[in-house]
Design a protein around this ligand. Structure first.
Ligand code: ADP
Length: 400
């Protein structure tokens, strides 16, 4: 292990999945990447790509430690023994850092205890993140681990957007506030957007729409995040694949008192059976698009609601920022679905926003402008790269 070596292993452990990437933060060169799914089920699947070759294996991986060990085996089979490769860090995506953890943090027992203490704020996410951390520590004991928090970018949100308008003492006692998520993506994409346009980040007002399976929007004023659509948990805000975003909290009492659902039932409903999935039975945006093309009325309505909510947030953030220099779309839907970009910003020329139909139709993996030259706000598509951002932040910390 040496702090000078540029390689970082990035781990993103979900409840039954693990994404990993071995990369060089300075050049963004990816040596290998992989995805393990269905960890803990009878048949797990690992997909590993390295040196232009793709390996797919089905086998039983009982836990995340077994999944990481298997990934290490595949690295070795491709000529990279991770225990002998000089890694400068293992960068871990950790979803919730609460009030206490926000900057990239060197992992020690105190940090592990703190992530565990915060886990009730993100019960679906922090526990698997911890399992990934502990598995990496066991298998790569000499490599420093760095936690990079999804909430970190939004740590300094002003109270007007971070506070819920509920009893002040209660929210202070229990750290109930809007934290925001997808922070590494909003951070990476907003910096990349300013760099791409040759603008000073700290003098630019931006809106970023991260539209993937999860979806969130942020407003950044003069380089400082001032609002974001996700809240205490990643349930608030936009319509997503399986999450419905904003609802009247009164709906929850109704589901409990009148429908007779338990808290766990409601949790499942809001996390897994809502959003596009709840509205039309499918959460994958490509499938929803195919259903619309085939005349499916529920899919069309799901799309319309998705767009309606996006327009509402654009409206709110345009007013909040007063002047918006850049709007950027990113993540699976934002990068690929031209109709979402066009429909969510349609008929906004009076607000200085005009999408150029031809530019918007271009397919590319590079950052690109999709607004007209006359548009006062420049609208971009910028592919996100959370792994690269985590690797950069991890390297910066261990070499500082
Ligand atoms: P996450 O990282 O949150 O799992 P992604 O950013 O990969 O999600 O986004 C996944 C979403 O992007 C899915 O709904 C998928 O259908 C959508 N998507 C991917 N490619 C396309 C495409 N070509 N057209 C429309 N939607 C797409």
């Amino acid at each position: 292990m040496s702090a000078e070596t540029p390689l970082v292993l990035v781990l993103n452990a979900g409840s039954s999945s693990l994404k990993y990437q071995l990369l060089e933060p300075d050049s963004a060169r990816v040596t290998a990447e992989g995805l393990v799914e269905r960890i803990g089920e009878p048949v797990s699947v690992i997909n590993h790509e390295q040196g232009g070759a793709e390996t797919v294996e089905e086998l039983h991986l009982p836990d995340h430690r077994a999944a990481i060990a298997k990934a290490m085996e595949l690295f070795a089979a491709h000529g990279t023994d991770l225990t002998r490769t000089p890694l400068c860090a293992v960068g871990h995506r950790v979803v919730h850092g609460g009030r206490s953890l926000y900057a990239p943090t060197l992992i020690d027992q105190h940090v592990i205890d703190e992530i565990e203490r915060i886990a009730p704020l993100a019960p679906l996410h922090n526990p698997p993140n911890l399992v990934g951390i502990e598995a990496a520590q066991a298998l790569l004991p000499n490599v420093p681990g760095v936690a990079v928090f999804d909430t970190g970018f939004f740590h300094g949100l002003p109270d007007v957007s971070a506070r819920y308008a509920i009893d002040r003492k209660l929210s202070d006692d229990y750290a109930l506030r809007r934290y925001g998520f997808h922070g590494t993506s909003h951070d990476y994409v907003s910096h990349r957007a300013a760099e791409f346009l040759g603008r000073d980040y700290d003098a630019t007002n931006q809106i970023v729409a991260h539209l993937g399976n999860g979806a969130s929007m942020s407003a950044i004023a003069a380089g400082r995040p001032v609002d974001t659509s996700m809240g205490l948990t990643p349930l608030e805000g936009l319509v997503m694949g399986t999450r419905g975003g904003d609802i009247d909290p009164g709906l929850l009492f109704h589901l409990k008192r009148v429908v007779g659902m338990s808290v766990d039932d409601i949790d499942h409903l809001l996390n897994k059976r809502s959003g596009l999935k709840g509205l039309c039975g499918e959460n994958d945006f490509r499938t929803v698009t195919e259903m619309i093309a085939a005349g499916d009325a529920a899919a069309q309505e799901a799309y319309d609601i998705y767009i309606h909510r996006l327009r509402g947030y654009f409206g709110a953030y345009l007013v909040e920022l007063e002047q918006t220099d850049i709007i950027t779309f990113t993540a699976g839907v934002g990068e690929n679905a031209a109709s979402v970009r066009a429909d969510s910003l349609a008929r906004m020329s009076r607000f200085g926003i005009e999408i150029d139909e031809q530019r918007n139709a271009v397919r590319s993996r590079e950052p690109r402008v999709i607004s007209t030259d006359a548009s006062r706000t420049t609208v971009l598509v910028v592919p996100t790269n959370e792994e690269l951002e985590i690797a950069r932040q991890a390297k910066a910390l261990v070499t500082s």
